[in-house]
Design a protein around this ligand. Structure first.
Ligand code: PMP
Length: 356
């Protein structure tokens, strides 16, 4: 049976990336060696790292004044790298979920942190509005897409201090005006590639302004200078990311992905709104994520949740269990999820409703 992969991360990747990665793991471009067993300083791997970097640069139209780097340690390491590299005295954060809260916790190791607003009071089911950022903040940190709670900031904010964003779960899902950000960072394991590699897009002039010394591996400048090759990179993950971004480019790039993502999300949200069994967890439409769609069963059908889960898995629908803090369901519909996969879920919701 065909499987429809709605996991939140690691998550669905393009068929092209999977096919080509598996070939490269056996025999990279016919050289008789695996991508797993060649030196990261070999001309073959150097070319892979270069193409991976230029693809991310090209897909997001990154200005020349920014560096694009790939790192180990996931988004979580960068929760601490950001304040290590940028926080002199004070930073401002928007608390829109538990990943944001984890970033805030790390910020506090380095200085004063002002949380300008939080939606924690209501299980993070909305994006707070109407906050203001202190002018003396070294930066303002946001999480553009809240993977667990299904909320998303879908515009590039204009703010009075350098803007830093964790875009782990919506990078490459829509065009971004990179020039509005100081740092865009995340783990790759949603729209870029498999787990094991992270990325950062850094405006070069934002660095070098803190008084403290920074350990080598946690200093963005180390990786910028070494072009992501200061130490051994996660070669296979980088290779798969390159292939997945090649595929995205081939599919018309980020602009085309954005159009598809809007259509895909509308298909699912419309059904959630229509179906008497379900309701969305995010009430305000403008805050609803087009990457992670979270929904629960209406009160009177709550006892049918497990039954629906079993019914859906019988149709090949995998990974729709909501995070334990939200409950219900979460369908992650990243770039590589085709509209036809969402249609299978929508049909299952309709059929299940008609059986009751
Ligand atoms: N931020 C967001 C928005 C995430 O979704 C995740 C992981 N799902 C993380 C941070 C943590 O990423 P990592 O596991 O790469 O540290």
């Amino acid at each position: 049976m065909k499987k429809h992969n709605f996991y939140a991360g690691p998550s669905i990747l393009s068929e092209y990336a999977k096919e080509e990665t598996s070939k490269g793991v056996k025999n990279l471009d016919g050289i008789g060696l695996s991508v797993m067993e060649i030196s990261h300083r070999s001309k073959e791997f150097m070319a892979i790292m270069q193409e991976t970097t230029s693809l991310l640069r090209e897909l997001l139209d990154v200005p020349d004044s920014y560096s694009v780097i790939f790192l180990h340690g996931g988004a979580s390491t960068q929760f601490c790298m950001v304040p290590y590299n940028l926080l002199n005295k004070k930073a401002a954060y928007l608390e829109t979920g538990s990943w944001a809260a984890k970033a805030i916790k790390e910020g506090k190791f380095f200085g004063e942190v002002e949380v300008v607003a939080s939606s924690k009071d209501s299980i993070y089911n909305y994006i707070p509005k109407g906050w203001s950022i202190p002018d003396d903040a070294d930066y303002f940190h946001i999480t553009t897409n809240n993977t667990i709670y299904g909320t998303q900031i879908k515009t590039d904010l204009d703010v009075n201090v350098p803007l830093v964003c964790d875009s782990s779960s919506d990078i490459l899902s829509r065009p971004m005006d990179v020039s509005k950000y100081g740092i865009i960072y995340g783990g790759a394991q949603k729209n870029i590639g498999p787990a094991g590699v992270g990325y950062a897009i850094v405006r070069n002039d934002i660095l070098g302004k803190v008084d403290r010394e920074i350990p080598t591996m946690l200093d963005y400048r180390t990786h910028i200078k070494a072009e992501s090759m200061f130490n051994t990179p996660p070669c296979v993950a980088v290779y798969a990311a390159m292939l997945n971004m090649r595929w995205l480019k081939e599919q018309g790039g980020v602009e085309a992905a954005y159009k598809r993502n809007i259509e895909k999300a509308a298909l699912l949200y419309d059904e959630i709104d229509r179906n008497k069994l379900f309701k969305p967890t995010v009430e305000q439409e403008e805050d609803r994520s087009f990457m992670n769609v979270t929904f629960i069963m209406n009160e009177e059908y709550k006892d049918k949740e497990a039954e629906f889960m079993t019914y859906a898995s019988g149709k090949g629908i995998i990974g729709i269990k909501g995070h334990r803090s939200v409950g219900g369901f979460r369908a992650s519909i990243y770039n590589a999820m085709p509209k036809s996969g969402i249609q299978v879920l929508v049909d299952a919701m309709k059929e299940f409703e008609s059986k009751l």
